[in-house]
Design a protein. Structure first.
Length: 404
């Protein structure tokens, strides 16, 4: 099949959707499909082993206790129309919210070749009730949502969120994890990162819903019991200066900001730590960082929210109350005291993570593509070569690249 994976969120933007789109595309390529990723252009590098089509410029907006992206530019809809007409995809797979511009334009023009093309949507978000979807759900449903042929949610939380706005028959297909990259072993960073009797790791973007401020607030309480505790914070974002105000003077020398780390390089940080801490306050639909830590056989301390309960159980870590730095500190100290259990808890997490391997998850997505095509009465599979460039008769050129 010729597949177009569509996402406003893609590398160099770091996040769960970017990881999902990249890993799914890579695995589908390995299975013999033609796959391209349609996204916007932002500064930085993208992985070179998955072909990318860049249209427009991506900008970031604060939405739903996080930062979302939309595409801006001149002639975006005309370029996408040109792309779909020239490439004639078997599947267009839209990831994320129905946001301007890429998802809307792709859905609008996908209907032009319904004899060949199916439109599938995967929804990754866990919005709160104040979401803008409540305002715009009727026009979105009439103009765009009805053109989906298949609906995927990455968790029951994501399904519940979307059903509130757009009822339909959703298939639960979770996020995956690269279980080869995220695996147990000695960290290559062991000599470069701080050493202590308790090494803690935070992995995530610097945005309100990730709850980093509560972990920083818990550090003085932890240090009183374990004076040489170290916390490594992996991530970046415009809120970095904001978090400085939550670092008490007595723990400044206990916290190390590693900056942004992408892809499989994150695995070495998980291998370095003793405990992986995920203190999100809510508005999450999945727990990818939990899976990555579990893949590396590390015990996890996570907030007790539905999205994390879907991924992790009591055997793989410990749950704490959201937005409560004192309870978070108690949970970390409790698991720290159970040092003899770390190996058992880590092995349980590794077993759980293996069930989310990308080989298995991509197989589920591939089967769903075929199921939807069969339901639509499309039984023909076509193999064809790739075009290095696409020219629009009355519009700009859209170049398919391997890179930024």
């Amino acid at each position: 099949m010729r597949v177009l994976e569509v996402s406003e969120h893609y590398f160099p933007h770091v996040g769960g959707i970017s990881e999902h789109v990249y890993c799914l595309s890579r695995e589908l390529l390995r299975r013999g499909h033609e796959v391209e990723v349609l996204t916007s252009r932002i500064p930085g590098k993208v992985p070179e082993d998955v072909p990318v089509v860049c249209i427009g410029r991506g900008v970031s907006l604060p939405i739903n206790k996080s930062f979302s992206r939309i595409t801006v530019g001149i002639g975006i809809w005309a370029r996408i129309n040109c792309l779909l007409r020239a490439r004639r995809y078997d599947v267009v797979h839209v990831h994320g919210s129905l946001a301007p511009m890429l998802p809307m334009a792709v859905l609008h023009y996908s209907r032009n070749d319904k004899a060949r093309t199916i439109a599938v949507g995967t929804f990754h978000a866990g919005h709160d009730p104040s979401s803008l979807y409540r305002v715009f759900k009727q026009p979105l449903r009439r103009q765009f949502f009805r053109y989906y042929d298949g609906l995927i949610a990455v968790s029951p939380v994501a399904e519940e969120t979307m059903t509130c706005f757009f009822p339909g028959s959703y298939r639960i297909i979770p996020n995956g994890v690269d279980t080869k990259a995220f695996s147990p072993g000695r960290s290559a960073l062991a000599d470069r990162l701080p050493q202590s009797s308790l090494k803690l790791l935070f992995m995530g973007r610097f945005e309100p819903k990730k709850g980093l401020r509560h972990l920083l607030g818990a550090m003085p309480l932890i240090k009183r019991k374990i004076p040489d505790v170290k916390l490594v914070v992996v991530g970046s974002g415009p809120m970095r200066p904001y978090y400085n105000r939550f670092i008490a003077p007595e723990v400044k020398d206990s916290i190390y900001f590693a900056g942004e780390v992408t892809g499989a390089r994150r695995a070495d940080y998980y291998r370095w730590c003793d405990l992986s801490i995920t203190p999100s306050i809510g508005a999450e639909s999945f727990g990818l960082t939990l899976l990555e830590a579990m893949g590396c056989a590390k015990p996890v301390v996570a907030t007790d929210i539905p999205a994390f309960r879907y991924v992790m159980g009591e055997k793989e870590g410990i749950f704490v109350k959201p937005c409560d730095h004192a309870n978070l500190a108690r949970g970390i100290l409790e698991l720290a005291r159970r040092r003899k259990d770390w190996k058992r808890v880590g092995k349980a997490g590794r077993r759980k993570a293996l069930g989310y391997s990308w080989k298995r998850i991509a197989g589920m997505v591939e089967d769903y593509y075929q199921e939807v095509r069969t339901r639509r009465g499309i039984v023909e599979n076509r193999q064809s070569g790739s075009d290095s460039a696409i020219f629009c008769p009355r519009g700009p050129k859209v170049r398919r690249t391997k890179g930024a």
